[in-house]
Structures are given as C-alpha cells and as structure tokens.
Design a protein around this ligand. Structure first.
Ligand code: TYD
Length: 222
C-alpha cells in the first residue's frame, strides 16, 4: 500500500474585503519568491479550475439570484475541486502556494455576511479535508474607504461587490475576529499602507515559513 507523501510545500492565503489590493500584493510576493528560486503556484478562489471557472461565472453574475445556502455550497464545491486538483498536488511537489482567498472568505462572507454562522466553517473543513494555510495575510481596511476605488477601477460591480456597505462591514469585522482567534496563523496589515511598504511587510511575515528559513541575508526580502 502506498502512503501519500506528507505535504512539503508552504500554503499561504490572502484575505480581505473586496478592493483591498490582495491580488496586487500576491503577484508582487510571487515575483519576489520566484526571483529567490522558490517554486511558486499562484491561484485563487473562486475559479482556479475548469469546474471552478464555471462556478465563478454563476456566483458572480449580477443578474442571477442565488439563495444563501446555495451560494455557500457553490463556494465550497469550488474549494473542494481547487484543493483536490491544484493545492494538494502543488504542496506535495514542494511548491509555495499563494491563494487569493480561501476558507476564511467563506466564513466571513457566507457565515457572517449572509448570517449562515458556524455551519459554513464545518462545510469548508469537510470540502478541504481539513487543509488550512500556514499563514494568512489579512489586508484590512474599512469597506467605505474602498467602495469608490472599486467603482473607479471596475466600472461595474459583480454580484458580491454590489452588496450593501453593512454587508461588507460584517465581512470585515468577521475577518478581524478570525484573526484575533488565531493570532499565530493570521498576519493583519493595514491595506491603505503604500504598496511598497506593504509588500515589504508581507515578505517579512512569510519569510520564517519558507524552506531554508531566511536564505536572503540580513536585509530580508524585498
Ligand atoms: P475575488 O476573486 O477576490 O473578486 P475579484 O476578482 O472581483 O477581486 O472574489 C470574488 C467574490 O467572491 C468576492 O466578492 C468575495 C466572494 N467570496 C465569497 O463570498 N466566499 C468565498 O468563499 C470566496 C472564496 C469568495
């Protein structure tokens, strides 16, 4: 009987309300790690797999009405496929996996935003067979400060982005409460800090988790 190899890689998630700049920072970290010679896999939820891309279209279509429980199940289905076909295989190969959103997004958006509560975490834990990131970078900002930025950047808003401000405030509050409950996994950073400084803060936060410790000398990552 073959026993699956233990995960060797490093699993890092980026979280935050819509418009905090996760994607920009994730790309920057990916380039930095790439330059340092790490094998990096950049991925996201929802929509990283072919099945996920179809689910993402359903989930974000502003014309489509979706019940809260259905929404939670569709995000969980996307996550199950993502973990099974992308994240676990990459970790087994020793990659550093950077995901734009993961379980905490479901707990914050469906659990707190939609008011579905603790069942959402159990659903996601089942969908992923318990896979949790080693580090979660939470980029935090008041959704009111981001709303205008989002509108200007996007032109139109998707189904989730069009939710009211109080929905996004509940989501933000839940992210912060998750971070307080798990202070060793979460690193909370002010999303309104300038891009360069934030990139340095993120690099320093993830450095201790990388194989080889601090292979980049006293100055740390850039
Ligand atoms: P995201 O890809 O971050 O948005 P964008 O590409 O527009 O920056 O996420 C899409 C939306 O899905 C976002 O509003 C958050 C929401 N979401 C949930 O509600 N639950 C979840 O589990 C996930 C992963 C995302």
């Amino acid at each position: 009987m073959t026993v699956p190899a233990p995960a060797q890689g490093v699993f890092i998630s980026f979280e935050g309300v819509d418009g905090v700049g996760k994607t920009t920072q994730l790309q920057r970290l990916s380039r930095t790690l790439d330059r340092l010679g790490y094998r990096v896999v950049v991925t996201r939820e929802p929509g990283a797999t072919p099945l996920g891309a179809a689910l993402r279209e359903l989930l974000l279509d502003p014309e489509r009405a979706i019940s809260d429980r259905t929404e939670a199940l569709l995000y969980a289905a996307d996550r199950a496929d993502h973990v099974e076909t992308v994240i676990r295989p990459a970790l087994h190969q020793g990659s550093v996996v950077l995901t734009d959103r993961y379980i905490d997004s479901s707990v914050a958006y469906q659990g707190a935003g939609r008011g579905l509560g603790a069942a959402v975490r159990r659903l996601s834990a089942w969908a992923t067979d318990g896979l949790i990131p080693q580090v979660t970078i939470l980029l935090d900002a008041d959704p009111a400060a981001l709303a205008e930025r989002l509108r200007v950047a996007r032109g139109t808003l998707d189904r989730m982005e069009s939710e009211r401000l109080d929905f996004h405030r509940r989501v933000r509050a839940e992210f912060l409460s998750l971070a307080r409950a798990e202070p060793t996994r979460f690193v909370v950073l002010d999303a309104l800090t300038d891009e360069e400084t934030l990139a340095r803060q993120i690099s320093s936060a993830v450095a201790p988790y990388l194989p080889g410790g601090f292979p980049f000398g006293g100055g740390g990552l850039r």
